[in-house]
Design a protein around this ligand. Structure first.
Ligand SMILES: Cc1cc2nc3c(=O)[nH]c(=O)nc-3n(C[C@H](O)[C@H](O)[C@H](O)COP(=O)(O)O)c2cc1C
Length: 428
């Protein structure tokens, strides 16, 4: 298995999964449009106007691609991540790293990095494939954060209240960090996984790569040694406007005051590749949603041991809607599974619970279950005034609350299954 981005891309190209764009394009909307049109394929822009680095996107734009990076199948992906979460392991610490080959002090980021302008409004340019590494009491915390270019070496960074937010709050808004961009997708998957505060995502990545992740010590940070681009800097305690940004829903998010990050040093490999993620695109959804599924599955399993799978649906922005499939053992299991899923992922707005003969990842199959097994006056449960996702434009803007609903589309236990099972033509 490859352990860095470039060897993974080379393998993907050999497998016919990567498209190369040879035309000279500037890092702006036409390039973003090509990424959008690529859907679930990997795209590499070989020639970028004004920059030496090529740009790559769509690296893990689907469940199938993400599974492939871990050498597993889409059906086994969640179990693979759960097994790694149970058996995290340290990365191999090495003395040298390819990214140390080039260092620029007080870099003019906009002159070196082809930071993409994805959407025309207000001309904002964002780094989107950026993972922040911060030291915590229990190790290294890694999380994705988009970064809006403010000029020279300054960025405003979107930080929602999770672990990096807590570290900043403790430090009065100040913190030293390293930022990596362009790492093996297993490191990206680990960084996108929300675990307890003590989860060291580098250890998770190392487990996903069967111990083959090399890390180097950089100013007290452990950093993947084969990263394409590494930034060292500090949150200054200042705030600046961030946004508007097109988020998971494909709609504009608002403008907020967010922490300012000042970059002191930029490192990159020879012939480095710049990794980007199209905001609101298939890859953004895949990387946000899929890493949540193991956690939700585990929490639902506590309430309903017969849970089989949890899917965050693409139509629900891989964030707001879930389908939970269960092997129903007692009346009420469907409702309990829905409640547990809502508790496990506070951004969830709708949970559809189905029996295990329904494919939770197939929207037509799920709708079939709702059409044939669900009665709204009996099986629909609405919870009002709950905390939801700030990404949902339909939320109550004054209170930041939302209603949530559970659709229990499981077969009532008192009824004969024969009335509900799908009949397919059998052999004569
Ligand atoms: C592509 C992508 C972009 C993301 N952008 C942000 C962001 O801008 N700000 C943020 O706070 N979280 C963002 N996230 C979510 C966090 O990275 C994710 O919730 C992570 O698991 C949080 O880590 P933690 O559990 O260690 O706090 C993004 C995730 C992905 C996959």
């Amino acid at each position: 298995m490859s352990v860095d981005l470039r060897s993974y891309l080379a393998a993907a190209e050999r497998a016919g999964l990567l498209d190369r764009v040879p035309e000279l394009l500037s890092p702006a909307e036409p390039l973003a449009r090509r990424l959008h049109e690529a859907g679930e394929r990997i795209v590499r822009f070989d020639r970028v106007r004004g920059y030496a680095a090529p740009i790559v996107g769509g690296v893990v734009a689907s469940r199938a691609l993400l599974a492939r990076t871990l050498g597993t199948s889409p059906g086994e992906l969640v179990r693979t991540v759960m097994a790694a979460l149970d058996a995290t392991r340290p990365c191999r610490v090495v003395r040298d790293a390819p990214f140390l080959a080039h260092v620029v002090r007080k870099p003019d980021l906009g002159g070196i990095i082809p930071i993409v302008r994805f959407y025309p409004e207000r001309g904002r340019r964002f780094l989107t494939g950026t993972i922040v590494i911060v030291r915590t009491r229990s190790g290294m915390n890694l999380s994705f954060h988009r970064m809006m270019f403010l000029g020279r070496n300054r960025l405003s960074v979107r930080v929602v209240p999770r672990h990096l937010h807590a570290v900043l709050a403790e430090g009065g808004g100040r913190a030293e960090v390293a930022v990596v961009c362009g790492v093996h997708p297993a490191v990206e998957l680990a960084a996108a996984t929300s675990g307890p505060p003590e989860l060291d995502e580098l250890r998770l990545a190392s487990a996903l790569l069967h111990g083959r992740l090399d890390c180097v010590e950089l100013d007290g940070f452990r950093v993947p040694a084969h990263a394409e681009l590494v930034l060292r800097g500090r949150f200054t305690g200042a705030l600046a406007d961030e946004g508007p940004f097109v988020d998971l829903t494909g709609t504009y998010d608002g403008i907020r005051r967010q922490p300012v990050l000042e970059i002191a040093r930029l490192y990159h490999r020879d012939d480095w590749i710049y990794r980007t993620i199209l905001p609101g695109g298939a890859e953004h959804r895949a990387l946000m949603g899929i890493p949540q599924e193991p956690r939700i599955l585990r929490i639902v399993a506590n309430a309903v041991p017969g849970v089989v799978a949890v899917a965050l649906t693409v139509g629900g922005c891989s964030w707001l809607h879930a389908v939970v499939s269960i092997r129903k053992r007692a009346e009420g299991d469907g409702r309990n599974a829905g409640l547990a899923a809502l508790a496990a992922h506070p951004s969830l707005k709708r949970v559809t619970v189905v029996d295990d003969d329904v494919d939770p990842w197939n929207a037509d199959d799920v709708e079939w279950a709702v059409a044939t097994r669900f009665q709204p006056d009996r099986d629909l449960f609405v919870i009002t005034g709950a905390r939801g996702s700030s990404l949902d434009p339909s939320r109550d803007l004054a209170t930041e609350t939302t209603a949530k609903w559970i659709l229990d589309a499981t077969i009532p236990l008192g009824r004969s299954r024969r009335d509900f099972v799908r009949v397919v033509p059998g052999p004569v």
